[in-house]
Ligand binder design. Structure first.
Ligand code: 8YV
Length: 314
């Protein structure tokens, strides 16, 4: 008899095929009546699979008393009700490390895109403004400048390694100083923001990082500073960021993530000193496949009663 799992949202097709081959998969996102589905599968399902953005709420887990694992297709577990999982003895797994290289690549791409104004330059070329108006205005260089990384986990480390190739002075701010990292350490985000040209957010979302990027930090980053976010929108006070971009308090921002995805504030879309991406830092075929394999491995170990590969340590 196949074990039964609940899938909260669609994953890469090939990963869903692997899940279908081993389990009876109930699709929450496809259910005509999600409540009815939960009632029907309440006694049958012992695992939930979800992605980083969607997570799973206590209201769903409460209806599934036999669930003992939530396997997240993503590194961020902020959308999973961790307090409920702890209380109910539910293990949580995520997909760390395998996506760090892609997220770091996108952070570098965003830094270049915003400082060299590459998106506006693309429109300038396509729309024939080069012929009509001549050369575009000069932009600012990236190499040789300074960067501060907020959150020095595996993604932060990979960003720092890449920036070394741009001859940049790279500092970081983390809960703790890392003994294996030689970059300059700041305990205070505002102090670091005051001394760098690029402030890059790579910290995990949690209650302690919510809106950590506020008006004061943006003020400290200053009129020549750029903000880059490849973490979660919840780390930024979006209202304060929009004001800072409109008033020139900071020079620009490049954002892959937003507070209320997939909704992006109109005010951000109207600004020309921002580069916007649809939360796609880990969205390559290679990485999404590796993330999927970790989900599949964690589930099969769970059902075989073997140690999990990447249990999220709370
Ligand atoms: C994905 C992410 O967007 O890893 C995360 O936390 O946000 C992303 O990698 C998502 O989980 C996949 O849908």
């Amino acid at each position: 008899m196949k074990n039964q799992i609940l899938l909260m949202g669609p994953l890469l097709e090939s990963v869903m095929e692997l899940l279908e081959a081993s389990y009876i998969v109930h699709r929450y996102y496809d259910a005509d009546g999600p409540e009815q589905l939960l009632n029907e599968i309440a006694d049958k399902v012992s695992a939930v699979v979800t992605d980083g953005g969607r997570g799973v709420e206590a209201a769903v887990l409460e209806k599934l008393p036999k669930v003992r694992i939530v396997s997240v297709y993503g590194v961020g577990v902020d959308a999973v009700d961790l307090a409920y999982c702890r209380k109910a003895g539910i293990a949580v797994t995520n997909t760390p490390d395998v996506l760090s290289g892609d997220v770091a690549d996108l952070a570098i791409g965003l830094m270049l895109a915003i400082s060299r104004n590459m998106i506006q330059a693309d429109s300038y070329t396509r729309e024939g403004r080069w012929q009509q108006q001549g050369a575009m205005a000069l932009q600012h260089r990236m190499f040789g400048k300074s960067a501060g990384i907020l959150g020095m986990g595996s993604i932060g480390v990979q960003i720092a390694q890449r920036l070394a190739g741009f001859d940049m002075d790279v500092a970081y701010c983390n809960r703790n100083k890392r003994s294996d990292v030689s970059n300059r350490y700041y305990a205070s985000p505002i102090e670091m923001a005051g001394e760098v040209d690029f402030l890059i957010i790579a910290a995990a979302a949690s209650a302690s990082t919510e809106k950590i990027i506020n008006a004061d930090i943006l003020q400290a980053l200053g009129p020549n500073g750029y903000l880059v976010n490849v973490s979660r929108g919840s780390l930024i006070d979006e209202g304060a960021l929009i004001s800072a971009l409109e008033s020139g308090t900071i020079k620009g921002a490049a954002l892959d993530v937003f507070a209320d995805e997939p909704n992006v504030p109109d005010a951000l879309c109207k600004l020309t000193n921002v580069v916007l991406q649809p939360h796609q830092a880990s969205a390559t075929h290679e990485t999404r496949k590796a993330m999927g394999m970790l989900v599949v491995d964690n589930l099969s170990r769970f059902f075989d009663d073997r140690p999990l590969v990447t249990e999220y340590q709370r």
